[in-house]
Design a protein around this ligand. Structure first.
Ligand SMILES: C[S@@+](CC[C@H](N)C(=O)[O-])C[C@H]1O[C@@H](n2cnc3c(N)ncnc32)[C@H](O)[C@@H]1O
Length: 233
């Protein structure tokens, strides 16, 4: 689709990796590693059920100088595989990481690129089994995803990786639903502070709200959250 900042087309070079994506993808990998390690510390346990949702998946690959590097969905797949290999080595009692992956991407060519990446990787066997690709927007799919996770039972864990562009593609209503309706959810939401400040610096309702003198920074922060919850979405 012309004009999209990130698009992946099979047969063409993937988009370049920008510094913020490099850092974000490192955070994803490290967070997931620590999360699983903490939840699996008890050597008596024999498994962990987990759903990993990448709500803004992209094509799964970036151009980086003269080579290429994985995008967030592939990083999640690689990390779970590396963790399972670690368990296989370390544990006397067999331990199974039972991970489901849900990757949502709104652009058809980009999700086709991602399917192709996975099909040509060590994760190919999981395609349409425990790796589900959805060509849609996260907002449209959020309720169905919550239902699917709930159907897997109370012990089922879930992490939502929501790499939105800007600050308001994911509504606070969706975040609230995830937090209220699932048992132990985690949400990692990318938030462009620059875009938000640009928006707020011209928004009359917000400016009126902070004009009264004597407001502390905390007051402004509370206002900001109220404003986001009530006004933007
Ligand atoms: C910056 S890319 C991120 C890719 C991926 N998270 C990564 O780091 O490798 C953002 C992707 O989200 C997709 N996108 C934008 N709005 C979306 C929406 N509302 N729902 C799902 N995907 C969306 C874009 O087409 C783009 O491929």
């Amino acid at each position: 689709m012309a004009g999209e900042k990130y698009e992946w087309i099979i047969g063409s070079a993937p988009p370049p990796l920008e510094e913020h994506s490099r850092v974000k993808n490192k955070v994803y990998a490290k967070y997931l590693y620590r999360y699983v390690k903490v939840l699996t510390a008890n050597p008596m346990h024999d498994g962990l059920n987990l759903t990993l949702v990448d709500g803004f998946a992209g094509g799964g690959r970036y151009r980086d100088r003269s080579s290429s590097v994985p995008g967030s969905p592939i990083i999640l797949l690689n990390e779970i595989q590396a963790l399972q290999a670690e368990f296989d080595l370390e544990r006397k009692k067999p331990f199974h990481l039972k991970a489901n992956f849900i990757f949502v991407e709104k652009l058809k060519p980009s999700i086709e690129f991602l399917r192709n990446e996975i099909a040509n990787s060590i994760h190919a066997n999981g395609l349409d089994r425990n790796i589900h690709l959805i060509n849609s927007t996260f907002e449209e799919q959020c309720s169905t995803i919550i239902e699917k996770i709930r159907a897997r039972g109370r012990a089922h864990r879930a992490i939502f990786f929501l790499d939105q562009y800007g600050y308001n593609t994911v509504s606070f209503g969706s975040i609230r639903r995830i937090l209220a309706e699932l048992e132990h959810p985690e949400v990692i939401l990318t938030f462009s502070v620059d875009a938000l400040i640009n928006y707020l610096s011209t928004d009359e309702a917000f400016l009126k709200g902070i004009l009264p003198t004597g407001l502390t920074q905390d007051d402004v922060l509370v206002l900001l959250w109220q404003f986001l919850g009530d006004g933007v979405n």
